[in-house]
Design a protein around this ligand. Structure first.
Ligand SMILES: Nc1ncnc2c1ncn2[C@@H]1O[C@H](COP(=O)(O)OS(=O)(=O)O)[C@@H](OP(=O)(O)O)[C@H]1O
Ligand SMILES: Nc1ncnc2c1ncn2[C@@H]1O[C@H](COP(=O)(O)OP(=O)(O)O)[C@@H](O)[C@H]1O
Length: 630
């Protein structure tokens, strides 16, 4: 169905009518059986706002026709999701719509399965209010606390506490009062300013649309009353202008427009702006609305800016008011909500998406994690699914940002697993670590090419990976000897050796191995800068870290060698007697026994040490390095 076909026109009309009223976005939180679906279902049905299906069609059409950047109505409705959608990430959040004569509503409906927290955080990131459901029989649970914590983290300042299933406790006021008192204490500790508590029985409709005579002791608003009365935070039109550049529209040589949604402030032709992180200044030439006509851009609006000068602007840059620009930094203190089944390991590299920018990012330190039940701060070396923590984060290049509390669009981020492409975390930036701006690259007059030339070779990193006893050291040694004989300059970095010095502080937990590889990869990079051929011989059991190591080198410079020896063979060799110890339970976290080894999927060389002698394998590596004439 084309965007111009009749049903779409109907949808546009419906949306237009709804847009005339103000719109509250909210999310429902709670545990699996708390009656969330019943509650949403009833709200949708009883307000007869069943145009959700039409909107679903609109969504599907927008996606099919790729109208991103043009479909303003659509963007306004689901902008919270567009980032994830572009990234190809599946987030299971359905946005449902209903309305009353006074107001229209968008409710983020998240299925209550185990990935709920992730979906909930996505929904919460654009919500004005949260309806927190509590089962009257169960009271405030860990889930209630966790979800409330996330709401507070993402800046939701108002909660409607729906104490549900009141019918199952005989509409008992004492039960309601006790739950409300407990929740109010929690909300106060989290900084949630407004809590409206309502006793409901979603199944029977008590206090949903109108007051119920089964709770004569309750004199407050019904759920719908509360939703209609809740204040809707204004987009920050008074704040200084910021626009993350979503894409650069260059239909021909004469036009270059920068498209994005204004995160705050207003944009007018003639305004002085600065492009970040580059810092180039210019003026806005034109501000164009969705229909291509000149407008004054306001916070929340999708616009196209053209600039007076030919300055470099790329997707992910931020165009901001020149006299009041956001900070640019590459190290931050941040709150992180971990949402992945694989734990967060400090030192591992993830993608971080902030505004329209995607950059490489590493959690350098977990300052503390938070017990969501008690708010206690606990020491942690890694984070498990659904844990929240305060962390230091380092990016591989600087970005423009604002503290989340001031500007959610430039302070809220997600972390993405580089291998699975799944959203692994949601987070909020708190402040830039001062040292971020103070360390600069020192220019070296003798560059790497000059060094390589004087050594008469092309620097390379040969990265051996495989189980303990697979043959990494044996092969690295043979290759080293052969290179030496050929007058090449090489050096071996061996796990056993490096762990005696530089990495003396590291053991064999997952997080220590991540840090071990991070450091040795950096050292290997420095050695190639010095012109050397580096032979790295570490178990390096994780794909993510080998991939990170590869990313430090230029095209063709990194040669991954998988020493593919089966566990049984490596174990039977047991060169150092370590397998015997591990089997006897005397050596915990031993690779292949009780610590994983992730075999390479895209190694340049895969070596079979069972069927080919070491000399022949070493020769193959040398040929791969220097070519057949070696
Ligand atoms: N628990 C456990 N697991 C694996 N290996 C262990 C362990 N404890 C000690 N050793 C010895 O340490 C060597 C591996 O160190 P690496 O730095 O290469 O390991 S890793 O890359 O960080 O996984 C490894 O050397 P190689 O046999 O040369 O691989 C072992 O001798
Ligand atoms: N084809 C082969 N390639 C490499 N090593 C082999 C081969 N066949 C047998 N070995 C033996 O396997 C052992 C491998 O030990 P080592 O090189 O220390 O492994 P790692 O460094 O991976 O722990 C050595 O004793 C080596 O002689």
């Amino acid at each position: 169905m084309g965007a111009q076909d009749a049903p779409d026109a109907d949808i546009a009309a419906v949306l237009k009518a709804h847009e005339a009223r103000d719109r509250l976005r909210f999310i429902t939180c709670g545990s699996v059986d708390d009656g969330k679906s019943t509650l949403i279902g009833r709200l949708l049905h009883d307000t007869r706002g069943l145009f959700a299906d039409q909107v679903a069609t609109l969504e599907a059409d927008s996606r099919r026709h790729g109208t991103q950047g043009e479909g303003v109505d659509y963007a306004l409705l689901v902008d919270g999701l567009s980032a994830e959608r572009e990234q190809g990430i599946t987030i299971d959040v359905a946005y449902r719509f209903f309305g009353t004569p006074r107001r229209s509503f968008i409710v983020a409906d998240c299925p209550g399965h185990e990935q709920y927290t992730r979906n909930m955080a996505t929904g919460a990131s654009t919500a004005d209010l949260a309806v927190v459901l509590v089962d009257a029989r169960k009271g405030v649970l860990t889930q209630t606390r966790r979800h409330s914590y996330i709401c507070a983290l993402l800046g939701i300042g108002q909660v409607v506490l729906a104490v549900n299933k009141m019918d199952l406790v005989g509409y008992d006021r004492a039960v309601f009062d006790a739950i409300v008192a407990e929740y109010r204490a929690l909300a106060a500790s989290l900084g949630i300013g407004t809590v409206t508590a309502i006793p409901v029985a979603a199944l029977h409709g008590d206090n949903l649309l109108a007051g119920s005579d089964r709770t004569p002791w309750y004199g407050g608003p019904s759920l719908l009353d509360a939703l209609e009365a809740a204040p809707i935070p204004e987009p920050g039109s008074d704040a200084p202008m910021r626009m993350p550049v979503q894409w650069v529209n260059r239909p021909n040589q004469d036009f270059r427009g920068f498209v994005g949604t204004l995160a705050s402030g207003t944009a007018r032709a003639g305004d002085e702006v600065v492009v970040l992180p580059s810092g180039r200044r210019t003026r806005i030439d034109q501000v164009l609305g969705a229909d291509g006509r000149a407008v004054e851009g306001r916070a929340g609006q999708a616009v196209t800016l053209t600039l007076a000068d030919e300055v470099d602007v790329a997707r992910g840059d931020v165009i901001a008011a020149a006299d009041d620009a956001p900070e640019v930094a590459d190290q931050f203190a941040a709150h992180v909500l971990w949402m992945d089944g694989q734990p967060l390991l400090p030192g591992r590299s993830y993608w971080l998406k902030l505004g329209a920018a995607t950059v490489g990012a590493t959690v350098t330190e977990i300052k503390h994690k938070v017990d969501v039940n008690t708010q206690a701060q606990l020491a942690a070396r890694h984070l498990e699914l659904n844990e929240v923590a305060y962390c230091n984060i380092e990016l591989d290049r600087p970005v423009a940002f604002e503290p989340y509390a001031r500007n959610a669009a430039l302070g809220g981020f997600i972390l993405i697993d580089r291998l699975s492409n799944a959203t692994a975390a949601a987070g909020t930036l708190d402040f830039a670590l001062r040292r971020a701006g103070n360390i600069h690259w020192q220019h070296l007059d003798v560059d790497r090419q000059a060094r390589a030339r004087s050594l008469g070779q092309s620097p390379r990193c040969v990265w051996f990976t495989g189980l303990s006893g697979s043959g990494k050291s044996t092969l690295a040694n043979l290759v080293d000897k052969r290179l030496h004989a050929l007058g090449r300059h090489a050096f071996i970095l061996d796990g056993d050796n490096v762990r005696h010095g530089l990495n003396r502080d590291l053991g064999f937990t997952d997080e220590d191995r991540v840090e071990n590889i991070r450091r040795v990869a950096e050292v290997a990079r420095l050695m190639t800068e010095a012109g050397l051929i580096v032979l790295v011989s570490f178990i390096s059991p994780f794909r993510a870290e080998r991939r990170m190591a590869r990313s430090l080198f230029g095209e063709g410079e990194f040669i991954e060698v998988f020493v593919d020896t089966p566990l049984a063979v490596a174990e039977s060799r047991d060169v150092k007697g370590l397998y015997a110890k591990a089997r006897a339970g005397e050596l915990p976290n031993f690779t292949g026994i009780d610590s994983p080894y992730e075999a390479p999927e895209d190694a340049e060389l895969v070596l079979d040490t069972v069927n080919e002698p070491a000399d022949a394998l070493a020769e193959r590596i040398v040929v791969r390095l220097l070519g057949p004439q070696a």
